[in-house]
Write a protein that binds this ligand. Structure first.
Ligand code: HEM
Length: 404
C-alpha cells in the first residue's frame, strides 16, 4: 500500500485521521465483522489492522533497549509449567505483566476443555497432519506472515522455527493443556512476548522498508488471519472429509483455540464465538489475502525439504508436496511452485475420502488396504515430525532480525 503506511497516515492527520483514511482507502479489505459475534459479545468494532498489543509491545521494546533480554530468556527457560511460579529475578515490569497475562479469562470453561482433550485424542493423527501441511503451508501464502517470518531471526533456521511453532500445536493437544501441570499458558505468554519483540525489531531490518507494506507487523488483524489458518481451516477440512464430529466436541475444539487467541493477547472482541462466526470472519480476512511472495516460496521450499532429513524414503519432498496440493488446491500449489506428482496426486485425490471412511468405520471393507496402511503410516510419521520432535524446545525472545 506504499504511501499509505501507518506512519504516513499518522503524520498526515493523527490517529483518528488514520482510521478514517483506511476505511476510505481500502474498501475491499474494510473490516465489517461485528463484535456481537465475538466471545466478548460487544466492542468498539475498530479494524484490528490498527491494533497491536498495547501492554506487551512497549514492555518488550524496553527490555530490548535495556539489554535485559539475554537474562530474561535464561530465567524463562526454567518456566515451563502453567502452575509454576515465575522465576525469581525477572525485571519487575515484566513480572507484573506476566502475572496478569497468565490468568485465564473468566469465560474459560473447564468442561469444554476436558471434551477438547477427547477430541484431540480421537483426531490426533488428522490434526497433526492438518496443522503441519494445511496450516503450516498456508502460512507461506499469507504475505505479511511469510515476510515477517522470513526477515525475522527465526527465518534463517526454519527447522528450529517450525519445531518451536509445532510446540504450540503439541501443547494445545495435550491432556493437561491449560491445567496447572500443562504448558499451553506458558507457550502462549512466551509467544506473546516474541511477537512483541518482532514488532519492535522488524521495522529496524534494512529489508523491511523495501518489502513490507506496513511499518509495524503482526497487527491483531494479522493474528486473526493466522488463527484462521489454524482451527478454522482444520475444522473446514475435517467437515469436508466427512469425519464424524459430535457437536460438543467441535465446540470444545473451538473453545481451546479461543482461549489460545486470548492468551496470545488478541482482544476478546475479535475472537469469534462460534464456527459460523469464525467462517464468516475467515472469508473476510483470510481468503482475500492469500497470495504468493518470493519469501513465501522460499519458506515453502524449505518446509517441504524438512522431511527428507528424517525419513528420505517416505517423508520425501514429493509426498509432502502432493499432500500440500491435495489440501490447499492447485492454485496455491502453483504459487508455491510445487511440481505435480504422477503417483501421489491421483492416489490422494481418489483414495483419501475412502481411506477416512474406512478409518472411521463408515465403509465396511478397505478398497485397497496397502494404500491405506501407507497413509496411516505417513500420518504417524508426519505427526511425529511436526509435533513430537518439538518437545524439548524453548521459545525465546529474539534480539535480532535475520542476519543477512
Ligand atoms: C513466533 C505462533 C501469528 C510472525 C511465533 C512462535 C509461535 C507462534 C508459537 C514462537 C516460535 C518461535 O520463537 O520461533 C503464532 C500463532 C499465531 C501467530 C499461534 C496466531 C494465532 C503470527 C503472525 C505473524 C507471526 C500474524 C506475522 C504476521 C511470527 C514471527 C515469529 C513468531 C516473525 C518469531 C520468529 C523468530 O524470529 O524467532 N509465533 N503466531 N506470527 N511469529 Fe507467530
Amino acid at each position: 500500500m506504499g504511501g499509505l503506511s501507518r506512519r504516513n497516515m499518522l503524520k498526515a492527520g493523527g490517529a483518528l485521521g488514520a482510521l478514517g483514511a483506511l476505511s476510505i482507502a481500502t474498501p475491499a479489505h474494510a473490516w465489517t465483522w461485528s463484535p456481537t459475534g465475538s466471545v466478548a459479545g460487544a466492542g468498539a468494532g475498530l479494524d484490528p489492522r490498527w491494533v497491536w498489543d498495547e501492554e506487551a509491545d512497549p514492555l518488550v521494546a524496553a527490555l530490548l533497549d535495556r539489554g535485559d533480554v539475554p537474562r530474561v530468556n535464561e530465567l524463562l527457560r526454567t518456566w515451563t509449567k502453567n502452575g509454576q511460579p515465575l522465576p525469581a529475578g525477572l525485571p519487575e515490569d515484566l513480572r507484573a505483566f506476566m502475572e496478569r497475562a497468565r490468568q485465564l479469562p473468566a469465560w474459560a470453561d473447564q468442561g469444554k476443555l476436558s471434551l477438547a482433550v477427547e477430541f484431540n485424542k480421537k483426531r490426533g493423527l488428522y490434526l497433526g497432519l492438518l496443522y503441519g501441511l494445511a496450516s503450516g503451508m498456508m502460512s507461506t501464502v499469507i504475505p505479511k506472515e511469510a515476510r515477517a517470518v522470513y526477515y525475522s531471526q527465526g527465518g534463517a533456521d526454519m527447522k528450529d522455527r517450525i519445531s518451536k511453532t509445532a510446540k504450540l500445536g503439541y501443547d494445545i493437544m495435550s491432556q493437561n493443556a491449560y491445567r496447572p501441570d500443562g504448558e499451553m499458558i506458558v507457550t502462549c505468554v512466551k509467544t506473546r512476548l516474541v511477537h512483541a519483540a518482532v514488532r519492535h525489531l522488524l521495522p529496524q531490518s534494512p529489508h523491511w522498508p523495501d518489502v513490507a507494506d506496513e511499518d509495524i507487523p503482526i497487527s491483531q488483524r494479522d493474528m486473526m488471519v493466522t488463527w484462521h489458518s489454524l482451527p478454522t481451516t482444520v475444522m473446514q477440512k475435517l467437515v469436508a472429509w466427512k469425519v464424524p464430529i459430535p457437536a460438543g466436541e467441535s465446540e470444545a475444539f473451538l473453545h481451546s483455540w479461543q482461549l489460545c487467541a486470548h492468551m496470545l493477547g488478541i482482544k476478546d472482541e475479535y475472537i469469534p464465538a462460534s464456527w459460523a462466526e469464525a467462517n464468516s470472519q475467515a472469508e473476510q480476512v483470510l481468503t482475500p489475502v492469500l497470495a504468493p511472495t518470493p519469501e513465501g516460496v522460499k519458506l515453502a521450499d524449505i518446509l517441504l525439504g524438512l522431511g527428507s532429513s528424517v525419513d528420505a524414503g517416505i517423508l520425501s519432498k514429493p509426498i509432502l508436496g502432493a499432500f500440500t496440493r491435495f489440501m490447499l488446491g492447485d492454485e496455491i500449489a502453483g504459487w508455491l511452485k510445487i511440481p505435480r506428482e504422477p503417483v501421489w496426486d491421483p492416489l490422494l485425490r481418489l483414495s483419501w475420502k475412502p481411506f477416512i471412511a474406512v478409518r472411521e468405520g463408515l465403509l465396511p471393507f478397505p478398497l485397497a488396504p496397502e494404500a491405506y496402511w501407507l497413509f496411516d503410516e505417513f500420518l504417524r510419521k508426519a505427526t511425529l515430525l511436526f509435533l513430537s520432535e518439538a518437545r524439548p524446545i524453548s521459545i525465546e525472545i529474539p534480539q535480532t532480525n535475520r542476519p543477512s
